[in-house]
Design a protein around this ligand. Structure first.
Ligand code: ADP
Length: 542
């Protein structure tokens, strides 16, 4: 009819649409997040506008409604939000009005083809992501405060149409005519799942229509944005259970709000048990990043890998909703948030480490991961070291570096340690004999990472860390606590004979004060790697 106006998309929109639709993506489900976020924003804006103009008050039962229609093969997302005028439709949906999207679109264009799916998947491209699942989209909208309604329609192919429409109330309906391969978005259970996954904590009600009835799909409380005093332990736990495959009680719950230069709310958990999935496989922190409640990504690496056992949410005002991964990684606000969040977790650990029994549970689950921080995080090394716990030749249970130092003998300059694969083998190692006989304590290390971090740390409270399997340790200044053994007769001739027999297999054969009961012990050179490191290097084929 003559009332239909035909318009060309802005050149940038055409390119963006093309990129979005033709990039092969595995995450196209995020279109729902984008549409629901827009709908929720529109409702927030209407609520805000109603403060100054009674005419457009948001109805009390306003919600975002997601309605699949199997016969028509459409999915409709409706809201009672602020709505759009004809001009709004043309500007917002026909051009790239926002600099964020423009920059994102440029990033997308310059990204390698194989990187595009994850860019789109992680950050979406707002409204246009609808064309990932639909070959035709119509948007019918009525601006609050106006009687006029308009329908915008497009097949995402370079042009769109505008025509007059009717809508009883202010708000917007977005109708997606689904592509042949997008049937899954007609299933209420699938839509329900997506809302839970992407938008569960949006504060406006979201309903999925099932058998003609609206069913609430989100909980709608951004728990982390509430004051601590308003949240019960049960609510914390329910949230903790909802964010990961957690069935236990959290060992620690950290809930705080940063205000001032940085604005964010954080709700983090340290699990009470080790996750089934080994922390060795996945090294990235999965703490979720939200921007103004909307879930953005769980790949923002909000915490360093050595705190990857921490779970939860950080929600900030300081980032735009639509930000590409590259932009995210380089934004200074995110770097500052990371620092603040990491510092908070470390200081929480320091506080809780004072309760030896309580801390033990944490240590036994995540200690080996925390140790990685010593060689990965130069800056935090000093804070991490006192948080480490060890088995020891001198005490039962766990001990720490400060405790070790407080027990050091007069004249003892170094912190002694022994690394091996097997904790049990450590206790009876001949390497320990001479130390035990002189009352010198040795830390016993048997985690994977123990071969690496002591060299990196170097020293603690100015006491160097010394592997006792390295040569060059002189124990003669420490008196034996038991009987004094006699030097056996003919020892020099014996040593010379062994040396000749082994030839170039060894670099030296010597008498030692490191043994008491055993006859011989293998020792590493003074420089170079210790025995455990040599074993690892051999295993790695070096
Ligand atoms: P973004 O939401 O990140 O700004 P989009 O491409 O998703 O980008 O949307 C562009 C603009 O269109 C929005 O900023 C908003 O002004 C308008 N818009 C989109 N959906 C709606 C809606 N449901 N109600 C009102 N306005 C909307």
């Amino acid at each position: 009819s003559e009332t239909i106006e035909r318009h060309e998309f802005g050149a940038e929109v055409g390119r963006l649409l093309d990129l979005v639709v033709h990039a092969l993506y595995s995450d196209r489900e995020i279109f729902l997040r984008e549409l629901v976020a827009n709908a929720a924003d529109a409702m927030d804006r209407r609520r805000f506008e109603a403060l100054t103009s009674a005419a457009s008050a948001l109805p009390a039962d306003a919600k975002v409604r997601i309605a699949p229609d199997k016969e028509a093969r459409t999915l409709t997302v409706s809201d009672a939000g602020i709505g759009m005028t004809k001009e709004d439709l043309a500007t917002n949906l026909g051009t790239i009005a926002r600099s964020g999207t423009r920059a994102f679109s440029q990033t997308l264009e310059s990204a390698k083809a194989e990187d595009r799916p994850s860019l789109i998947g992680q950050f979406g491209v707002g409204f246009y992501s609808a064309f990932m699942v639909a070959d035709r989209v119509t948007v019918t909208s009525r601006r609050a405060g106006s009687d006029e309604a308009w329908t915008w329609a497009s097949e995402g192919q370079g042009n769109y149409t505008l025509e007059p429409a009717t809508r009883a109330e202010p708000g917007t309906d977005i109708v997606l005519h689904l592509k042949g391969d997008a049937d899954e978005y007609l299933e209420p259970y699938r839509l329900d799942h997506l809302v839970r996954k992407w938008a569960d904590f949006i504060t406006v009600p979201i309903a999925v229509v099932r058998d003609g009835k609206d069913e609430s799909a989100n909980q709608g409380t951004a728990l982390w944005r509430k004051a601590k005093s308003e949240v019960t332990e049960e609510q914390y736990e329910a949230f903790y259970h909802s964010i990961g495959m957690n069935f236990d009680k959290p060992w620690a719950t950290l809930h705080w709000r940063a205000e001032g230069q940085l604005e964010f709310a954080a709700l983090l958990f340290i699990p009470g048990s080790k996750p089934f999935q080994a922390l060795e496989n996945e090294r990235q922190s999965k703490v979720r990043l939200h921007v103004r409640r909307m879930f953005i990504t769980d790949e923002a690496e909000l915490l360093p890998p050595w705190l990857r056992f921490v779970q939860g949410v950080v929600d900030t005002e300081d980032l735009p909703l639509n930000v590409s991964r590259e932009m995210l990684q380089s934004t200074p606000a995110l770097a500052r948030i990371r620092r603040a969040v990491t510092g908070r977790v470390v200081s929480e650990l320091a506080t809780r480490a004072k309760d030896a029994e309580g801390y033990q549970a944490f240590w036994e689950n995540f200690g080996p991961v925390l140790k990685e921080g010593i060689y990965e995080d130069f800056e935090r090394r000093g804070e991490i070291a006192p948080l480490l716990r060890f088995r020891s030749s001198a005490v039962e249970g766990w001990t720490s570096l400060p405790d070790y130092v407080s027990r050091m003998k007069d004249g003892q300059e170094a912190i002694y340690y022994l690394v091996a694969d097997d904790a049990e083998a450590l206790k009876s190692s001949p390497q320990l004999e001479g130390f035990k006989a002189r009352g010198l304590e040795v830390l016993l290390l048997s985690d994977h990472v123990d071969a690496f971090w002591p060299d990196q740390l170097g020293s603690f409270e100015e006491k160097p860390l010394r592997s006792i399997t390295k040569g060059g340790l002189d124990l003669s200044k420490f008196a034996l606590e038991g009987e004094q053994p006699e030097a056996p007769e003919g020892i020099d001739a014996f040593v010379a004979a062994v040396k000749t027999a082994l030839g170039s297999e060894v670099s030296d054969v010597r008498t030692t004060d490191r043994l008491v009961d055993s006859a011989v012990v293998l020792s590493a050179g003074t420089g170079g790697p210790d025995l455990q490191m040599q074993r690892l290097m051999r295993r790695a084929g070096r």
